[in-house]
Design a protein around this ligand. Structure first.
Ligand SMILES: *Cc1c(COP(=O)(O)O)cnc(C)c1O
Length: 290
C-alpha cells in the first residue's frame, strides 16, 4: 500500500495530522449495505430527520456504503484506495449532520455557499480537527470572510480572485484568525459555461503560476464540475490531461478533485484524488444548486 504519509483511506486529501486509520464502523453493518449508484434508500424527513438517532444511523450506513463504493471503483481502476479521498458535501444540511459525520471520522467537509459555510463553521467551532473546503463560487468581496474559516478553496478561477484571497489570508494571518496558508485548487471549466464558473484549460498555467508565487496560498491542484450533457469519460480524460500538464510545472499540485454522487466511478477511473459527494451520503437536497 502506497498510502504512507497520505490521507486516511476515504479521508479527503489535506490531512496535516496524518491521523490514524479510521473506519465508519460505528454504523450498522447491514447486508448489502452498499449504496446503489446515485441512490439513497432512506428518506430524510420524519423520524430520521436532522439531529435524530435515526438520522445518525442513516448517515453511518450510507457512509459505509459510499466508502465501499469508492473502494470498489479503485479496485476496478487498478488504483490503491488510499489515493482517493471522500469529501462529504454538506450544503443545505445542518451542523448536527456534520457533527455526526465527524464522530464517524470525517474531518473535511465541502460547502458551496460562503455565508452558510461560515455560519456552520461558527457553530462547530470547537470540533477538531475540522477542515472546510469551499467548492462553490466566491465573490471577491467575500474573500475576507472566507479566509477566517476556510482550509481550502477549490473554486479559484481567476487571478483577481486569487489576489483577493491572498490579501484576505494575509489579513487573517495577521489577525490570528488562521495559522496556515490557504489551500487552493483551480476550478477548470470544460465547457466555458460562465454559470458554472472555472478557468478554461488554456488559462490554467498562468493562474497556477500566480497562485504558486503567493506565500499566503498553496497550489494544491485542480477541481472541475463536468458538464452533464457531454460524454463524461471524454470530459474526465481532458481534465486528467490538464492536471498532468499542471503537475509537470507544479509537482506538488497533486489533487484532482472530480466526481460526485453519480459519476464518481468514472472520475476515479480517470485519476480523481477527491470525490465530492453530497446526495449519495446526505440525501436529496431541498433545492438543487450549482
Ligand atoms: C453539490 C456539489 C457536489 C455534490 O453533488 P452531488 O451530486 O449531490 O454528490 C459536488 N461538487 C460541487 C461543486 C457541488 O456544488
Amino acid at each position: 500500500m502506497s498510502g504512507i504519509g497520505r490521507g486516511v483511506r476515504g479521508e479527503c486529501a489535506w490531512d496535516p495530522e496524518g491521523s490514524a486509520e479510521r473506519t465508519p464502523g460505528d454504523g450498522p453493518q447491514e447486508a448489502g449495505g452498499a449504496v446503489p449508484q446515485g441512490g439513497f434508500a432512506v428518506p430524510d424527513s420524519g423520524p430520521s430527520g436532522p439531529g435524530s438517532t435515526a438520522r445518525a444511523d442513516v448517515l453511518a450506513r450510507r457512509l459505509t456504503g459510499l466508502l465501499a463504493r469508492i473502494e470498489a471503483a479503485c479496485t476496478a481502476a487498478g488504483r490503491d484506495s488510499g489515493e482517493v479521498r471522500l469529501l462529504p458535501v454538506t450544503k443545505y444540511f445542518p451542523a448536527s449532520d456534520i457533527a455526526v459525520l465527524h464522530r464517524l471520522g470525517r474531518h473535511d467537509f465541502g460547502e458551496n455557499r460562503p455565508q452558510e459555510a461560515g455560519a456552520k463553521a461558527g457553530e462547530l467551532h470547537d470540533l477538531r480537527p475540522l477542515r472546510w473546503h469551499l467548492i462553490g463560487r466566491l465573490q471577491r468581496n467575500k474573500a475576507r470572510q472566507v479566509a477566517r474559516w476556510a482550509y481550502a478553496v477549490q473554486s479559484v478561477d481567476s487571478e483577481r480572485l486569487a489576489t483577493a484571497l491572498e490579501t484576505a489570508v494575509a489579513a487573517a494571518l495577521d489577525a490570528g484568525e488562521r495559522q496556515q496558508p490557504l489551500e487552493v485548487l483551480i476550478q477548470v471549466s470544460l465547457d466555458a459555461d460562465p454559470a458554472r464558473g472555472g478557468m478554461e484549460p488554456a488559462g490554467v498555467p498562468a493562474l497556477a503560476d500566480r497562485i504558486a508565487s503567493s506565500p499566503e496560498l498553496r497550489l494544491a491542484g485542480i477541481m472541475a464540475i463536468p458538464p452533464l450533457v457531454a460524454d463524461p469519460d471524454a470530459e474526465f480524460a481532458r481534465l486528467a490531461e490538464v492536471h498532468s500538464r499542471l503537475r509537470a510545472a507544479h509537482p506538488t499540485a497533486t489533487e484532482l478533485s472530480a466526481g460526485m454522487s453519480n459519476d464518481l466511478e468514472r472520475a476515479i477511473a480517470h485519476g480523481s484524488t477527491c470525490v465530492r459527494v453530497g446526495t449519495a451520503l446526505m440525501g436529496e437536497r431541498p433545492i438543487t444548486s450549482a
